[in-house]
Design a binder for this molecule. Structure first.
Ligand code: UDP
Ligand code: MG
Length: 156
């Protein structure tokens, strides 16, 4: 199924100059960038986005880290894109993430772990709406699309 997934390139990625490295991996994988912007996250939006962690003792640390620098917000589209991107990211704790994954290759931290990515279709839909208006998300064709998937996967 064609899907859209939301990612946040966290402050460590912007500060360490790794934005291009991560974006390049998604491009080479054949995913399509359909929305892209830089923003400074606020406490309110972080409490909504990380609602499952707000009551944890480490939440204040996550909030201050995520606000310490601008972040890059992007939406990537592709066949099964939500799981494809999560697999490419690796597990949450970068120290345990497999080599070859984004976190496994680029970070040694649990909190400063490079990237957020939507973890389910329901959350992807909510996160796309949380960070982007309809006008900021683009529906467009790329000539290469016909070579990126087999015929039965071209449902979009
Ligand atoms: N996090 C942390 N310590 C924890 C759990 C989470 O610092 O014990 C941070 C970490 O940066 C993680 C984010 O909170 O990426 C969101 O946690 P979640 O469990 O949703 O992990 P993710 O979906 O990012 O892999
Ligand atoms: Mg999560």
């Amino acid at each position: 199924m064609m899907q859209r997934t939301l990612i946040i390139l966290k402050p460590d990625t912007v500060q360490r100059g790794l934005v291009g490295e991560v974006v390049s991996r998604f491009e080479r994988k054949g995913l399509k960038l359909v929305a892209n912007k830089m923003t400074l996250l606020t406490g309110d939006i972080l409490k909504e986005h990380y609602a499952h962690l707000v009551d944890k003792p480490f939440f204040p640390g996550i909030e201050s880290f995520m606000k310490c620098s601008p972040v890059i917000l992007q939406i990537w589209e592709g066949f099964g894109a939500i799981d494809v991107v999560r697999t490419m990211c690796g597990v949450t704790n970068s120290r345990e993430a497999s080599p070859g994954t984004i976190r496994g290759d680029l970070s040694s931290s649990y909190g400063s772990n490079i990237i957020h990515a939507s973890d389910s279709p329901e959350n992807a839909e909510a996160e796309v709406k949380r960070f982007f208006s309809d006008e900021e998300v683009f529906d467009y064709k790329k000539v290469i699309d016909q070579y990126s998937y087999s015929d039965d996967e071209k449902t979009h």
